[in-house]
Ligand binder design. Structure first.
Ligand SMILES: Nc1ncnc2c1ncn2[C@@H]1O[C@H](COP(=O)(O)OP(=O)(O)OP(=O)(O)O)[C@@H](O)[C@H]1O
Length: 292
């Protein structure tokens, strides 16, 4: 398959091999294989019901796949077979963080508190899981100061510093989405999975999201896998796009390759492959140069 991506020079952080997930009589994912590369933004796209969230749930330990292997290799070389791990272990040990389609913030806590709660594990470790934290043990004090610094850093990156003391539930929708991503970044993940981060955003909020994701890629080197329906976000910021239809991969490559792939156009327009040329001709007639 021509892909437009030079796979030889890429270093995979995630390898999904022959993944299948069956729900009763429904094969939601059927023998799916793809890779996500270190330091890249990879987008997983496809029509409604294609299986994107199911893939995310398999990667992040929420579902146990019916078949297949999901290997994550950290920067230091340590490998994890994610399909064998619980969601808690995937987050804590493999350092995979995720956000959900529906926002899941602690809406009664302030913005800053949301970012501190995300670092709970680190603080508990520093307290030795005892009351040393309450007694002002130096290691705990140091960890607490680091947590605040980390929270401040991500408040700034997400353009939320001036809302730090407001309840998270009072933020506009786009700011809540950025806070969720900032909260995930406070756990210092190597791999960040975002489920429809641009859903419901207005164009200005979408731009702010793009900027945040680009800065995560350039400043931290964290690899990102995102599910997204907003093609302007996908085409604008992704290095690599994987397209699913009915639980199978139909295209894999750089954004330019994917948006011109007749199979992808057919899937989105809901037509048979052999009718694609005809439909593209019609589209060209209405909007010359138009793609997806
Ligand atoms: N827990 C489940 N039990 C039964 N069927 C499920 C379950 N989760 C997903 N499915 C089915 O699996 C298929 C793929 O669903 P999935 O949510 O992964 O698609 P998607 O590509 O994320 O869709 P959307 O873009 O609409 O969010 C659908 O037919 C869905 O109804």
């Amino acid at each position: 398959m021509a892909t437009g991506v030079n796979m030889m020079t890429k270093d995979p952080i995630l390898k999904v091999e022959h993944l299948s997930m069956r729900f009763g009589g429904l094969m939601a994912i059927n023998d799916l294989s793809f890779e996500a590369y270190r330091g890249n933004i990879t987008a997983l796209i496809g029509p409604n019901g294609a299986g994107k969230t199911t893939v995310f749930n398999c990667i992040t330990g929420f579902y146990k796949p019916t078949m297949g292997m999901i290997t994550m290799r950290q920067k230091a070389g340590k490998e994890f077979l994610l399909e064998r791990m619980s969601d808690f272990e995937v987050t804590r040990d493999a350092k995979v963080a995720r956000t959900f389609q529906n926002i899941r913030l602690f809406s009664g806590l302030t913005v800053l508190e949301n970012l501190l709660v995300a670092q709970h594990n680190k603080l508990m470790l520093a307290s030795g899981y005892t009351i040393l934290g309450l007694l002002g043990f130096p290691a705990y004090k140091k960890a607490a100061a680091e947590s605040i610094e980390q929270a401040k850093y991500w408040l700034d990156k997400a353009s939320l510093t001036d809302r730090a003391d407001d309840p998270a539930g009072d933020l506009p929708y786009g700011a809540q989405r950025r806070l969720e991503i900032a909260r995930a970044m406070c756990t210092a993940p190597e791999f960040l999975c975002l489920d429809e981060p641009a859903a419901g955003l207005n164009p200005r909020e979408s731009l702010a999201l793009n900027e945040l994701l680009r800065s995560i890629r350039s400043d931290t080197g964290t690899s990102i896998l995102l599910i997204e329906h907003d093609m302007s976000v996908v085409m604008e910021i992704s290095d690599h796009v994987v397209v699913l239809e009915y639980g199978q991969k139909i295209s894999d490559g750089n954004p330019e390759h994917v948006k011109n792939d007749p199979k992808v156009i057919a899937a989105y327009l809901g037509v048979e492959d052999d009718e694609v040329d005809e439909v593209i001709e019609e589209i060209e007639h209405i909007a010359p140069g138009g793609t997806l």
